[in-house]
Design a protein around this ligand. Sequence first.
Ligand code: 4NP
Length: 161
Amino acid sequence: MQPMKSILFVCLGNICRSPMAEYIFKDLVTKAGLSDQFKIASAATSNEEHGNPVYPPAKRKLNEHGISCEGHAAHQITRAEYKHYDYIVAMEPRNLQRLRPIIGDDPDGKVSLLLDHTPATDIQHHNRGIADPWYTGDFDEAYEDILIGCKALLEEMKECL
Ligand code: 4NP
């Protein structure tokens, strides 16, 4: 059996984008028959939403696609989690700035942006952040962008399983 890969998705509040990424990615790996090869979770850079479930419009969007997010409780990333996970996948550049005081430097090169896992030729998505639906109100756009990023990330991971 191959070693398990662990991924921690990160956003500002851990109630919209990073849990959407967590549960979408879990759904993709389950459908690919690979769930025993991944440990997948999500966390916030802020402590504002500590203990809260997925924000209702984000939960509705996941449920529309047959994806459950029951039992989610938001939490702030810790330095211990940085060390524990193989990949720390953030939603937007601002998350990277806010990660810095919590985790320090990234000597292991674990931190990336979700949409940077799309091919560089995908100029519509590569090298940009996932807009925050907490502010934009556009949960359709967030879902579609996160799905594209998660599919690209899984394809990349499959190559090193
Ligand atoms: P998220 O969205 O980072 O995608 O979970 C937000 C959720 C809550 C807040 C900001 C963004 N907030 O300021 O409470």
